[in-house]
Ligand binder design. Structure first.
Ligand code: AQP
Length: 333
């Protein structure tokens, strides 16, 4: 049976990108009955500096966002990574399996480190090894990821294959990346060539799940666009990244397609489309953000739910780690 693992870094507040690109789809998969493990990957977040109070708050916010969107802690496993020590324990084994040359090829590291590769944390460099542990600890068969994470899932397969080969076992499965459709990538509102990010420098670039109605309207109103009106057909969105992004967001929020949005708004100006998009976004997000606020008012309740998830996660993870240690020859007494 397929088993899914996926995570979100609590490196800031949740964005519309996290919701449309990840959480919304996860809820659908849960409804389809897929066995799913969702993790607030706090140990990945600290690969770059996080203020401790902000990290704690973001962990609660991300968990609240998943719960408010419909992740059901009774059907899916929802927990934060640092509460299941097997993740870092398996990551160490994988640090000893993975090769330095493999890590050097990771484009996300190169992008994140930039010209500063000597100054970033060792954790940022080893990140894909921890990610492989996150996935393989549960023998996950499928990982829903954005295009940018595909290389890390391929590395996970390389680690699994090398481990199995070196120790002469068939223990870790070959995990398949499930790449989301193109409409699922939400772009930065001020620059359509960059993705919408939690940690982008300006708040105007993104819609936060906790933004109020006025803020959402203001951000869409100020969103960058070219001066031309909406095209008469989806082909007219080609080479218009900002226009395409707003149409895609509308389509995703309304459960429609580029075609259906264009059919309704062909030839409309931004003065007409942007307020309609803002209204739709407020309509769809308000119930989620209201529920997030309600949950976040009681962090002890979120912690209680995370503890339930932690215990269920460890039931799967502990025996897999134990077996791994045995295969490697680490003495257990
Ligand atoms: N803009 C986006 N469009 C579609 N999907 C997105 N995701 C993130 N941004 C977008 C998806 O959300 C899940 C969790 O991502 P993450 O928080 O673990 O890492 P990230 O992709 O690095 O997210 P951010 O917001 O850009 O964080 P920072 O700024 O800290 O690096 C993933 O499934 C991701 O694809």
């Amino acid at each position: 049976t397929p088993r899914i693992f996926s995570g979100i870094k609590p490196s800031g507040g949740l964005t519309l990108g996290n919701y449309l690109g990840a959480i919304k789809r996860w809820v659908e998969m849960q409804e389809e009955g897929t066995q799913s493990i969702y993790c607030v990957v706090d140990l990945h977040a600290i690969t770059v500096w996080q203020d401790p109070a902000d990290l704690r708050a973001a962990t609660h916010e991300v968990a609240a966002g998943m719960l408010a969107s419909g992740i059901d802690p009774a059907r899916s496993i929802l927990f934060n990574q640092s509460q299941v020590p097997e993740h870092t324990q398996l990551a160490w084994i994988f640090n000893c399996v993975a090769r330095v040359g493999w890590m050097n090829r990771m484009t996300q590291f190169k992008e994140k480190a930039g010209a500063n590769a000597e100054k970033v944390s060792l954790g940022l460099y080893a990140y894909p090894s921890l990610m492989a542990a996150d996935i393989l600890l549960y023998h996950a068969t499928h990982v829903p990821v954005g295009e940018d994470q595909k290389q890390h899932v391929e590395l996970t397969r390389d680690i699994a294959a090398k481990f199995n080969h070196d120790y002469g076992v068939e223990f870790f499965p070959m995990t398949e990346p499930v790449i989301e459709g193109p409409g699922m990538r939400v772009m930065n509102l001020r620059d359509g060539s960059k993705k919408m990010s939690k940690s982008g420098e300006s708040d105007m670039e993104r819609i936060n799940m906790l933004d109020d109605a006025d803020t959402i309207s203001k951000k869409f109103k100020k969103a960058r666009t070219d001066p031309a009106p909406l095209p008469e057909s989806p082909e007219g969105l080609k080479d218009r990244p900002e226009a395409k992004n707003l149409v895609d967001i509308y389509a995703s929020l309304s459960g429609g397609t580029q075609e259906s949005v264009i059919a309704e708004y062909a030839g409309a100006g931004w003065g007409q489309f942007k307020p309609a998009l803002a209204d739709l976004a407020v309509d769809k997000l308000a119930p989620i953000s209201d529920e997030m606020r309600r949950l976040m008012a009681d962090p002890a309740e979120i912690d209680r739910l995370l503890a339930v998830g932690r215990d269920r996660a460890r039931e799967i993870a502990a025996p897999v780690l134990e077996r791994t240690y045995e295969i490697v020859g680490l003495v257990r007494s």
